[in-house]
Design a protein around this ligand. Sequence first.
Ligand SMILES: [Zn+2]
Length: 169
Amino acid sequence: MQYIANDIHNTVENTIIPIIKALIDGVETDEEIANSTEIKLNIVRRILYKLYDLKIANYKRSKDPDTQWFTYSWKFEEDELIEKVNEESEKVLAQLKDSLLKEEHNIYFACPHGHVRYNFDEASDDEFFCVCGEELMFQDNEEVIESIKTKIAETESDLKSFNKKMAKD
Ligand SMILES: [Zn+2]
């Protein structure tokens, strides 16, 4: 998993970020982006269309009157990105806060073999037994609560620094 995470991290660092930077700097066509970033043209194109799918890049098509070929001028949609990141972060934060409330207002019982984790009501419905026949054990959820709190703090601080970075002066 770590290997895959590193791989994704490298892709973002070495291709996606340079391409977005080129767009922000006003480099418009796929070929110009490929030249200025030294990223292969087919990769540049693939990423541009991915950014388009995500609605954070857009293009205008125009016909060259001499060659009759189409040129695509790409533009990075900064406001769309800011909006999207904020929306996503708010969604994640709402879910985390919801889980935190649940954890703080319930006590939990779990199968020692890891099959199930129930709150009191769910556990008593099954008379405190797991489907495997093992008796459910009380589970201290202090660690779960702490880890949710940490995630909330991290998400909030990531969002704050993203917005600060993107803020126009
Ligand atoms: Zn079990």
